[in-house]
Write a protein that binds this ligand. Structure first.
Ligand SMILES: Nc1nc2c(ncn2[C@@H]2O[C@H](COP(=O)(O)OP(=O)(O)O)[C@@H](O)[C@H]2O)c(=O)[nH]1
Ligand SMILES: [Mg+2]
Length: 387
């Protein structure tokens, strides 16, 4: 399950390696483990293995530190491929943000590949997720074997949607990181579309070293390269060229030093989907949980047009609704729970009762709702079920 800490600009995503038994999922994960510098990963955990088979799952946490201004944490899982472990697969798949499907390129494995892909589709559907709208990439694995099927055959059978796919040899690691980069990019894009991850911040005038990766071999450098800022490493062309050669910027740009409390004119240059051509997101709507997005936009719109009274009313309404997400009870108790400044709330109520307001009053009201949104994020509210 993805989670986002907007204050620290940290995104945690869950990626699952799926596929039939023995296709190379555990080997792929092990390769990621060996490739990523120790400072950027935790220990690989393999749960209840017997012989070389994954009976429960493998888990590897990877931290991609400071890609531009955003820290990405990847929780990488594999599922047991054997048909009879479907309950475990469902469990591991729960809350996944994206899947790397590891297909075995051998002709005799095609039925198992198809069956596993159908099983993925079915298990996602049980969670209310449709595969065709879910971030997905393919590894065509075991390309080193002489009898490996042509990629065109694998694509025709398994990848009619033409999502990014990669020829891989998990044993040597060839192509594995490319697939991981691609799924990370797709997941971040998807989370942006869902407004879980904020849109990129505007680029600041470049200090030459700011966007540079920290080290030549890290996943961080690879991801930075994907963001299209500092090509540092040449990677082999993926099997699906168009999808991977024209990557849109996937990571937020480096921030200015401090976040302005209210300043619509410095709002991110990128409007969220569906809002193209309209006013760009302001800081309050960028922070707002989805239920309160319209309130935040209304407040910002009123602020921009000089209607400070409406702005303050919208903020007060958003503040009440936001605080209610902390649970039942009086406003003061909810504010206390969320560690929102009670004095600020009282002042907001006072401002809302006034017949005329100034620009700094409206700015203060926006500051109060942003405070609430930030505290809600820190507390993990609203939970996905309540949103
Ligand atoms: N020749 C070859 N063998 C591979 C490759 N990837 C994995 N294997 C082998 O396939 C077997 C199953 O791999 P594993 O990663 O355990 O599969 P999983 O069940 O999908 O986790 C192991 O013996 C691996 O060494 C590859 O790219 N080429
Ligand atoms: Mg395994």
């Amino acid at each position: 399950m993805s989670s986002v800490n907007l204050v620290a600009r940290e995104v945690a995503v869950k990626i699952v390696f799926y596929g039939p038994g023995l296709s190379g999922k555990t080997t792929s994960l092990r390769k990621v483990y060996e490739t990523v510098r120790p400072a950027h990963r935790g220990e690989m955990m393999s749960i209840a293995t017997e012989g070389d088979r994954t009976l429960f799952f493998d888990f590897l946490p990877v931290k991609v530190e400071r890609v531009n201004d955003c820290t990405v944490r990847l929780a990488l899982y594999t599922v047991p491929g054997q048909v009879f472990y479907n309950a475990t697969r469902k469990l591991v798949l729960q809350g996944a943000d994206g899947v790397v499907f590891v297909a075995d390129s051998q002709p005799e494995m095609m039925d198992a590949n198809r069956e596993s892909l159908a099983n993925l589709e079915e298990n996602l559907l049980e969670q209310g997720v449709r595969l065709e709208r879910f971030p997905l990439v393919f590894q065509w694995n075991k390309r080193d074997l002489p009898k490996a099927l042509p990629v065109a055959d694998l694509r025709a059978a398994l990848n009619p949607r033409n999502v990014p796919d990669f020829e891989t040899e998990a044993l040597s690691g060839h192509g594995v990181l490319d697939a991981l980069k691609a799924i990370t990019r797709l997941v971040i894009q998807d989370l942006r579309v869902k407004r879980i991850v904020p849109p990129p911040r505007p680029a600041t005038p470049a200090l030459p070293s700011l966007g540079a990766p920290k080290g030549p071999g890290g996943l961080e450098a690879q991801l930075t390269q994907l963001a299209g800022r500092t090509p540092a490493i040449s990677t082999p062309a993926p099997a699906t060229a168009p999808a991977a050669t024209t990557p849109p910027a996937m990571m937020p740009q480096r921030p200015s030093r401090s976040m302005p409390a209210v300043a619509p004119q410095v709002a991110p240059a990128v409007a969220p989907p569906g809002l193209t051509g309209q006013r760009p997101l302001g800081p309050a709507s960028a922070l707002a949980p989805s239920d309160l997005f319209d309130h935040a936009r209304a407040a910002e719109g009123a602020f921009s047009s000089g209607d400070y009274g409406t702005c303050i009313q919208a903020c007060l309404d958003a503040a009440r609704r936001g605080l209610a997400l902390a649970g039942e009870g009086p406003l003061g108790a909810q504010a206390y729970l969320l560690q929102v400044d009670g004095g600020d709330l009282l002042k907001l109520q006072t401002l809302a009762a006034r017949s005329s307001n100034r620009v700094d009053d409206a700015a203060f009201a926006l500051y109060v709702v942003m405070q609430i949104f930030t505290r809600l994020h820190a507390a993990g509210l609203p939970t996905p079920a309540s949103e």
